[in-house]
Unconditional design. Sequence first.
Length: 476
Amino acid sequence: MIKKFYITTPIYYTNQPPHIGTAYTTVAADVLARYYRQQGEQVFFLTGTDEHGEHIAQAAQKAGQSPQRFVDQIANQFKEAWQKLNIKYDDFIRTTDEQHQKGVAKFLLKLKESGKVYQDEYKALYCPHCEDFIFKKDLVDGKCPVHKKEPQLVSETNYFFKLKDFLPQVKKLITTDQMIIEPPERKKEVLSLLEQDLGNLSISRQKVKWGIPLPFDKKQTTYVWVDALLNYLTAIGYENNPKQFKELWPADLHLIAKDIVKFHAIFWPALLLAVGLEPPKRIFVHGFFTVNGQKMSKTLGNVIDPVYLADKYGTDALRYFLLREISFGQDGDFSIKRFEERYNADLANGLGNLVSRVLALLEKANLKDMVAGHAFEAKIKSIREKYRKAMGEIKLNGALELIWQLISACDEFIDRNKIWELVKTDSEKAGKTLGVLSGALKEISQLLEPFMPETSERIKEQIRRNKRTKAIFPRL
Ligand code: MSP
């Protein structure tokens, strides 16, 4: 039976265009989706945009546009950027889609029927940038520690979800790994969050107009985080395609960063349990990029545009750098200097140079003398196995490191065997060694495919035609 693999990214807020942070998660998800497709699995890769809520409405107002027009433009910018980065998603969901809105209404009615929803007066501090309530004890100098802005005092009647009733079950899901949270330090963090008093979850807003009306009280809109999380269900047919929904749910992997762990690892499974749906199987939490050591922010003016980088250095070079530079799961820093260093060292010299070396030799050699050899088989096999393990554990930089080990091994092999001399003196031996090398190069292109699809194709094409084309990564 063909295995299915349903993978998601967070849906990104449409208050600003994509940047390298959002590109990072999306490229990583695309790599995994391509890898599992290569393995023959039935992959469904979902990404999209989160378009409701107060801070989006405010951004639209600032731009002098209606919220819908505003989000339409930004959603398009996301789609264009993902196309540029060669992201092969199966669906792009927008929370303003009709199918999503209907799905949200269906879910909320179910939640209400479960008896776990009640109305109450709420008075609390709220940070519209986090779209989350914030406790006094967490403020730093009276401000939200993330956005450095004073929260608003919100007082209104809301509907609440009895989150607390489900927390023991959520804890059990996590401790037993029925819902895997990785890396282990994030699992620990969630378990310690569960020890704190989280209160119940307000699921509606009285004063926010830009949102999905509650099906049982049209004067209120759905809290944007509940609206957003439900995209993982509505995109695969929760409301309109029960067959597909049954095939794909539960998600095999939610890929997120550390800023939104609480919503995914606590609120989300609790909501699902309340309506009798299975929790996601696995949540992998990666780290945050800083830019030249600083947090990326509009105010600092250091937000980096991935489309600009892809235009300047090439899509595959950007995909490579994003995933190679930092250990997936940890925080890391982005700088153009590092990007250019890696470009020259790993891509122009490492990979690019090997490809042109091997192809130059292949062009010279008499192809019919070429025999597949064994010298590399053990090495290739061991790298392939380690690579598969790394991909399974989502150690994406580790998988890339392994490919580069093979690249170095090929270079050493050429030097050791002095193949350029063999071609002139011993055509039989040259044929053998070149057979080995072209096999290794094919393997490299295969392992590279999820990360650098265009480059992989170009290498395969050159081997097929036995002909060098111009350098795949010209030195900067
Ligand atoms: N709309 C919510 C998510 C709802 S999902 C049901 C949201 N959107 S966001 O636009 O703020 O995107 C947050 C996500 O973008 C992070 O979890 C991460 O995947 C990615 N990143 C944003 N900035 C990032 C960095 N500086 N570094 C790495 N990833 C970053 O939260």
